[in-house]
Design a protein around this ligand. Structure first.
Ligand code: GAL
Length: 240
């Protein structure tokens, strides 16, 4: 049987389950129209909401852990469930996001196999979003190489290439944890470190935009078309 073109990996434990249905409905409207897609839903309870017809949802059980574990352990869980994720291309997306404009085949990987999205806050100035991760962390990036910072909220690639990246980062994160070290932006810092050592294709922040217009103006990206938007939320309430 032909595998689906893309599988979207989302993690929604605890109160994050409220974001699943709106995300799926927005993806149905804008993401890879005309294709059937896989949704790999990592969650601590069965999903009972609506599911668009062209998506098939596989629920993968993960525990609800205190923040930042759910984000930090994403690569471990992806590695753990790798065999069940059979789509040709795998993309992780934060669940508290919405598709707001067309997202088509331009997001698919090139020969590098890996796709990364420039962080909206460090796009115009080409700056770096992590200055606190010390040399003791395996996510440390030398100051001279701190250019082109990528967002953790949307990332992926060709199945094997992305799974290899996740397995590598999961090992590094486990090593950091056993050394009692935490990178400043958790999984995102490790992703940026990974991208310093492997080739990738880069997408503009249109694919990981902020909801707040004032931030877009401050960062000089107000002319970009928001295609995938991170929702502004009450972190304390939702992470509890
Ligand atoms: C913030 C964002 C964080 C992290 C950080 C990097 O704007 O909320 O999640 O990406 O930038 O400096």
């Amino acid at each position: 049987m032909q595998e689906n073109l893309l599988g979207l990996i989302i993690i929604a434990t605890g109160k994050y389950d409220r974001f699943i249905e709106p995300l799926l409905s927005s993806a149905d409207k804008y993401l890879l129209l005309g294709h059937n897609l896989d949704i790999y839903l990592m969650t601590d309870k069965p999903y009972t909401g609506k599911c668009p017809e062209r998506f098939s949802v596989a629920s993968l059980n993960v525990p609800h852990l205190p923040w930042p574990c759910p984000t930090l352990y994403r690569y471990k869980w992806i590695t753990q469930y790798a065999d069940l994720m059979t789509a040709s291309n795998l993309y992780y997306l934060d669940v508290d996001m919405l598709f707001t404009n067309k997202v088509g085949e331009e997001i698919l990987p090139d020969e590098t196999g890996i796709v990364a999205v420039r962080h909206p806050g460090f796009y115009v100035n080409c700056g770096w979003g992590d200055h606190k991760t010390g040399v003791v962390s395996l996510a440390h990036v030398e100051p001279s190489r701190r250019l082109f910072y990528f967002a953790g909220g949307f990332q992926g690639g060709e199945r094997t290439a992305y799974l290899n990246a996740c397995a590598d980062m999961s090992i590094n994160i486990d090593t950091d944890i056993s050394n009692k070290v935490m990178a400043q932006w958790h999984d995102e810092s490790h992703w940026n470190h990974y991208l310093k050592h492997h080739p990738y294709r880069s997408l503009s922040p249109e694919y990981c935009m902020v909801e707040q217009v004032e931030l877009r103006k401050k960062w000089g990206i107000e002319k970009l078309t928001p295609r995938i938007v991170a929702l502004k939320k009450d972190h304390l309430l939702i992470r509890s």
